[in-house]
Structure formats: structure tokens, C-alpha cells
Design a protein around this ligand. Structure first.
Ligand SMILES: C[S@@+](CC[C@H](N)C(=O)[O-])C[C@H]1O[C@@H](n2cnc3c(N)ncnc32)[C@H](O)[C@@H]1O
Length: 208
């Protein structure tokens, strides 16, 4: 697992570069991945442990090193798709998962992805996007989910001086998602990693 100071460094990093493919690829090329927990995020692991149907279609957008996908695989899930915009990362993932046909890896932009899924797992993808893209994220997420599909994961419930990550609040998310999703769960996580304690909301949103 990454040490606490690396994660905090990412959480407070002041970076005003454009958050495009080149920016993200460079983060992987230079190992500047302070967001990476080095293991499946505990709240997401706990959620995965409640899922009975291992054949649902699952998407992890902005997947990064995909510790959540490794965990899903270990639990017997059969239909996992990863998408990320960073070619260096995707090349690594293709190597890492080359013997696992249950994982499909897409190099591309989430906002141009066309398939539909039962479940999308959110883990520091939303907060990595410029806040001006949030409404687009909600519309796209709604489109990419099948009827009654679920968006599940973590959103920061705090503000940062600058981003990424870009913070937010429960009130903001309620306003943002309410026309497209029913809120099954949106509450402070009880099992965040220590550096993120009391600053994450666990969400389970159902497509309207
Ligand atoms: C902060 S990282 C989080 C990675 C991973 N979810 C984790 O928690 O370790 C954000 C990720 O989103 C990817 N990304 C940014 N914009 C994207 C886009 N439009 N489409 C797909 N991936 C994107 C970046 O390349 C990066 O891997």
C-alpha cells in the first residue's frame, strides 16, 4: 500500500496544467500516482462482497492501476471492463491482465464510450475531472448504465485548495445527480483509509 504522505501529497497538489491525455499519461510515466491506494479501496471491497450475481457487467472508468478489478477477479466476477485515457497505464494493464479474459481493457475517453453496464464503480475518477465537466459526467453516467443500473463508489466530501483532486459536498452532489439518479445511499464512509477518513461519501445511485 502507498504510504500516507504520498496520498496526502496528491490530495494537496497544486497543478494548473490541462487535464488531458498527455497530462495523465505523464503521471504514469513519472510514477506521480499519489492517489493510488496500492490495494482495493476498503469501502468498495465491502460493497463488492455484498454482490450475489457475479455475471453483471461492470465498468471502472478512469480505472488507474485497477486494484478494484483485481479484487473483482479474485471473487469470480466474469464481466469487467476497464477504461482509461492514459496509454502508458493501459499498456501496463494489458500486460498485467493478459491471462484474464473476464477483463476487457479499453484505451479511450470515458465520454466517448458507447457500451452499457449494470454497475459502474467510481473511485477518484469524478474528482480528477475539471469541475466544469461534472454535469457532462452525470449525463454520460446515466447514458452508460442499463435500466436500473447502479453507480457505486466514493466521492470526496471536502474542498481542496486546488485540484486534482477537486472536492465537493453532499449538497452539491444532490443537486447535480437528482434529475438522473435515485439516491439509495450517500453517507460518510465508516471504513475509508486513514488519510481520507471523514472526507469521503459512499454512494449507491440508481439510474432513473
Ligand atoms: C486520479 S486517477 C484515479 C485512478 C484510479 N481510479 C485509482 O483510484 O487509483 C484518474 C484516472 O482517470 C483517468 N482519466 C482522466 N480523464 C479520463 C477520461 N476522460 N476518460 C478515461 N479516463 C480518464 C486518468 O488517466 C487516471 O488514470
Amino acid at each position: 500500500m502507498k504510504n500516507t504522505s504520498e496520498i496526502i501529497k496528491w490530495n494537496t497538489m497544486n497543478n494548473e496544467k490541462r487535464l488531458d491525455q498527455e497530462y495523465w499519461d505523464n503521471q504514469y510515466k513519472t510514477n506521480a500516482t499519489g492517489w493510488d491506494l496500492g490495494k482495493v479501496s476498503p469501502p468498495i471491497k465491502e460493497y463488492i462482497d455484498t454482490l450475489k450475481n457475479k455475471n453483471i457487467s461492470i465498468l471502472i472508468p478512469g480505472c488507474g492501476n485497477s486494484h478494484e478489478a483485481e479484487y473483482l477477479l479474485s471473487q469470480g466476477f466474469t464481466n469487467i471492463t476497464l477504461i482509461d485515457i492514459a496509454p502508458t497505464l493501459v499498456e501496463n494493464l494489458q500486460e498485467k491482465f493478459k491471462n484474464y479474459p473476464n477483463i476487457k481493457i479499453v484505451l479511450g475517453d470515458f465520454f466517448e464510450h458507447k457500451d452499457q453496464y449494470d454497475l459502474v464503480i467510481e473511485q477518484t475518477f469524478f474528482c480528477a475531472l475539471p469541475p466544469t465537466m461534472r454535469e457532462k459526467y452525470v449525463v454520460e453516467m446515466h447514458k452508460i448504465l442499463k435500466a436500473k443500473g447502479l453507480l457505486v463508489g466514493l466521492l470526496f466530501n471536502k474542498t481542496f485548495e486546488s485540484g486534482p483532486p477537486f472536492g465537493g459536498s453532499k449538497a452539491e452532489y444532490e443537486q447535480l445527480f437528482k434529475d438522473y439518479f435515485d439516491f439509495k445511499i450517500m453517507e460518510t464512509c465508516h471504513n475509508s483509509i486513514a488519510p481520507r477518513a471523514n472526507s469521503e461519501l459512499f454512494i449507491e445511485f440508481k439510474k432513473k
